[in-house]
Design a binder for this molecule. Structure first.
Ligand SMILES: [Zn+2]
Length: 408
């Protein structure tokens, strides 16, 4: 039986890998050595995760600056190392794909979703510029499967191919799988004749309602979380409770201010370190917010889990020492019965953060109890006390969160 370890204990299973890879990388890659030295460390000091954590988090913006100053990869690709493909993601940011059978390390996520050598996989991720298409194709091929390189668009042709070829598995956006199923239905297919029995989706949120709808046709729908820069970061198992982190990259959740790792379930930025002496992507800040789940997974796998995607770093605001972000507010307040719109407003009064929530009722004449219901939801789900007030209206472009604090 697998032994479940805590997120922190799991991190320390990387100590040997840190020592075996990163000093060598720093000796080969000057730009990485400079980062190490700017943290008052020498390459040979990188002997464990604790030492690694002294290197400040590298933000996406900083990586874009590094690349602009030293094209194409900011000097982080070792001299002599070959990028067999080069991708571009928004920024622009350029990502090298190294020589490897599964260069983005996504095969374990496909395997966890039940993909294997018998599968014919429709890959509906883009093959253009972004690494997603190549990332999933390489993983499917690494498992011995076959791939239909669908890419984006051509819905009619892709649905036809699924039916004609008996495609057994799907990778792509969840919304695109929904469109494919609807198109196949229009062609006369039914759940019993739809051959795609499993799907690994990514790139968009997967609300429970959409998963349920997809699973009426494709019984197994699992999620992968990854980025263009770092590849696989997390994936769902059969328990479908959070995202297991991979065993070949160190995933941390770091305090937004100090950059320190938080293994106790606190919310922060997802930070990734790859272990390659060819390309030094070390303590890369994804800009995504998550938290570790501290209880063991029912599936018995030992790797810890991230509690899904909780928002983007830039969108979160800290109120009374706790993070509050638009998506969380939307999830908590947005679906309240009788509520048309709302806005959370943060003010600083007498050196204290004050949270106020303005509500617009669907029917003002029947809004009794609405304010109290929202106040209770804010207290129980967001853990804040807020002044809640019904108002006649909010501007059309009013954001969910309005931070009006000044700090002078
Ligand atoms: Zn699990």
């Amino acid at each position: 039986m697998a032994v479940t370890v805590s997120p922190e204990a799991h991190a320390h299973t990387f100590d040997a890998l840190v020592a075996a890879t990163l000093p060598a990388a720093a000796r080969r890659i000057d730009a990485f050595a400079a980062r190490v030295r700017s943290a008052h460390l020498e390459p040979e000091d990188l002997v464990d995760v604790a030492a690694l954590e002294r290197i400040p988090v590298l933000s996406k913006d900083e990586l874009i600056e590094l690349q602009a100053a030293s094209p194409p990869f900011g000097g982080l690709l070792a001299p002599g190392a070959r990028a067999r493909r080069v991708f571009q993601s928004p920024g622009p940011l350029y990502e090298p794909e190294l020589e490897h059978r599964d260069p983005w390390r996504a095969a374990p996520a496909l395997e966890a979703a039940g993909f294997g050598s018998d599968d014919l996989v429709l890959n509906a991720f883009s093959y253009h510029l972004s690494p997603a298409g190549a990332m999933f194709e390489a993983a499917a091929l690494a498992l011995g499967g076959s791939v239909v390189p669908g890419g984006v668009g051509n819905l009619e042709l892709q649905a036809r191919a699924c039916l004609d070829l008996g495609v057994t598995a799907y990778v792509g956006l969840p919304s695109y799988l929904k469109s494919l199923i609807e198109r196949a239905q229009a062609m006369g297919a039914e759940p019993g004749t739809w051959p795609v029995s499993k799907a690994l989706v990514s790139g968009e949120p997967l609300p429970a309602s959409l998963r349920a709808r997809l699973e009426e046709w494709t019984p197994t729908v699992r999620q992968l979380y990854g980025t263009a820069e770092a590849g696989l970061i997390g994936y769902e198992c059969d328990a479908v409770e959070g995202l297991h982190v991979p065993s070949d990259a160190l995933v941390e959740v770091c305090d937004l201010t100090t950059g320190k790792s938080m293994w106790d379930g606190g919310e922060g930025q997802v930070v990734v370190t790859l272990f390659s002496s060819d390309y030094a992507l070390v303590r890369f800040g994804t800009g995504d917010l998550s938290a570790f789940m501290t209880e063991p997974c029912p599936c018995g796998a030992p790797s810890p889990r991230l509690a899904g995607w909780l928002g983007r770093v830039g969108e979160a605001v800290k109120v009374r020492g706790m993070f509050l972000h638009p998506r969380q507010a939307e999830d908590t307040i947005g679906g309240t019965p009788g509520l048309a719109r709302f806005q959370l407003q943060i003010d600083r009064i007498d050196h204290r953060d004050v949270l106020r929530c303005e509500l617009v009722a669907e029917d003002p004449s029947a809004a009794g109890g609405l304010a109290e219901l929202v106040r209770t939801r804010i207290r129980s789900a967001l853990r804040f006390d807020a002044d809640v007030a019904l108002v006649d209206g909010l501007p059309g472009d009013a954001p969910v969160l309005l931070d009006r604090r000044t700090w002078d």
